[in-house]
Design a protein around this ligand. Structure first.
Ligand SMILES: Cc1cc2nc3c(=O)[nH]c(=O)nc-3n(C[C@H](O)[C@H](O)[C@H](O)COP(=O)(O)OP(=O)(O)OC[C@H]3O[C@@H](n4cnc5c(N)ncnc54)[C@H](O)[C@@H]3O)c2cc1C
Length: 399
């Protein structure tokens, strides 16, 4: 039961990561205020670096932070697929639109920096959401005993989302792979061209992206082993186990991993919402919804998690803002908000089912050991995803 001291708020966004901050900023640009509850004590830049693709830059431009962020990043010229056959490297280069790699802290600071002060409340962990039996609006309970009665709750709280639990979404699935990510600095310069290199060999998939002339961001998807759950906090063990899994990779790649910055390393089991979960998921209950990884966490194979979260923010604010202008506590207000959230979900669902199906198929092709499964994946790719970079050309539209 809610206590008498409950605070009242309009739109509450749970989670101050990329999606939560972008959603708050998108609403702010539309003249609507919101409150962001972030459990960390400061902006949280896990992963140190992030690649943003053409579709993500379109969303950043709508948020009016694109120009500022472009000054901190170099454009990538193309994707170079490098395949290893004995010692032969076969290279295929594809143009990439506007793709750039950014320091995550710059992205979060740019989004947060344009928000009115007081919008983000750090150190606020949401424990549960429940529906007020009297008003049918949501009630948020915080770890410090605080209670907030909100008109709208948007769950941008990532892969372990409390808001997704409230919506009864099934937990994200575990993939048989894990992701290792890191950042390597070359004090004398790395000398690599500014392109996105991928190497796929022996069920290990590597992506390498230069951040500037002296540093590169890389990620690896490799089979997950039980040992991985015990080494994820130890950077030396992460490096060792990853290098051991990369038999046959060029020496320069293994050195890149050995020389990576210990603080930048992360190892996580790959988790995802399957395309059919995205297709059938019920993403709204009353005036509560989800966005970003809480809605559609996906494998790393397209590098679209962050850009898709930015698109969510634009579409959500575009649908919600016009309905928030004149609301009371009545039932018709709830219905109006519900209708706006339904428009958001329906617009996003088509895009997200396609993105998650694309990622899922590429992941299955790389992970599977069965020839039949691989052939099915290849057929699906030829039929539906032949345009390799089609997913980056999506335009989420104007704010
Ligand atoms: C190491 C790594 C590298 C990646 N690289 C790329 C890349 O290059 N390109 C790309 O597009 N994507 C990349 N991704 C995926 C991308 O980071 C995510 O898709 C994106 O961050 C999703 O943003 P989000 O805001 O939805 O979730 P998150 O970034 O996870 O943010 C969730 C926020 O909610 C907060 N939170 C969680 N629970 C609560 C709670 N109960 N109460 C209050 N706050 C809470 C968390 O502290 C966090 O700040 C990468 C992911 C990882 C882990």
């Amino acid at each position: 039961m809610a206590t008498a001291e409950a605070e009242h708020s309009g739109i509450v966004i749970v989670g101050g990561g990329i999606c939560g901050l972008a959603t708050a900023l998108a609403l702010h640009r539309k003249g609507i205020s919101s409150l962001v509850l972030e459990r960390s004590d400061a902006l949280r830049a896990t992963g140190t670096t992030i690649s943003i693709q053409t579709n993500g830059w379109r969303a950043l431009d709508q948020l009016r932070v694109g120009s500022k962020l472009r000054q901190t990043s170099l454009p990538l010229k193309g994707i170079r697929d490098v395949s290893i056959n004995n010692t032969t490297l076969k290279e295929v280069t594809i143009g990439l639109g506007e793709a750039r790699c950014l320091r995550r802290s710059f992205l979060l600071e740019a989004l947060a920096g344009d928000l009115p002060s007081g919008t983000i409340r750090f150190g606020s962990r949401v424990l549960t959401i429940e529906m007020d039996p009297q008003t049918s609006y949501p009630i948020i309970r915080l770890h410090d005993g605080g209670v907030i009665k909100a008109k709208v709750v948007i769950g941008c709280d990532g892969v372990n989302s409390e808001v997704a639990n409230f919506l009864d979404l099934r937990p994200p699935r575990m993939s048989p792979t894990c992701n290792v990510r890191g950042f390597t600095v070359y004090p004398d310069g790395h000398g690599y061209p500014h392109d996105f290199v991928t190497i796929n060999h022996n069920r290990v998939f590597l992506g390498r992206i230069p951040l500037d002339d002296k540093s590169v961001y890389w990620f690896i998807a490799r089979p997950w082993t039980h040992q991985d759950s015990t080494i994820s906090k130890n950077s030396d063990l992460i490096k060792r186990s990853t290098v051991e899994s990369m038999l046959g990779f060029p020496a320069e790649i293994l050195e890149m991993i050995e020389n990576s910055e210990p603080d930048s390393l992360s190892l996580t089991r790959t988790r995802y919402r399957a395309p059919w979960d995205v297709l059938l998921g019920s993403f709204r209950k009353g005036t509560v919804t989800v966005a970003g990884d809480a809605m559609h966490v996906m494998g790393p194979f397209l590098g679209q998690g962050g850009s898709a979260a930015l698109e969510d923010a634009i579409v959500l604010a575009r649908c919600l803002a016009p309905r928030m202008a004149s609301l009371d506590h009545g039932e018709s207000s709830r219905e109006k908000i519900g209708g706006a959230l339904d428009s958001y979900i329906s617009e996003r669902r088509t895009r997200l089912v396609r993105l998650s199906a694309n990622t899922y198929t590429i992941g299955s092709l790389l992970e599977s050991t069965s020839l039949v499964a691989k052939l099915i994946c290849i057929l699906v790719i030829i039929l539906f995803f032949r345009d390799r970079l089609g997913h980056t050309r999506y335009d989420c539209g104007r704010l």
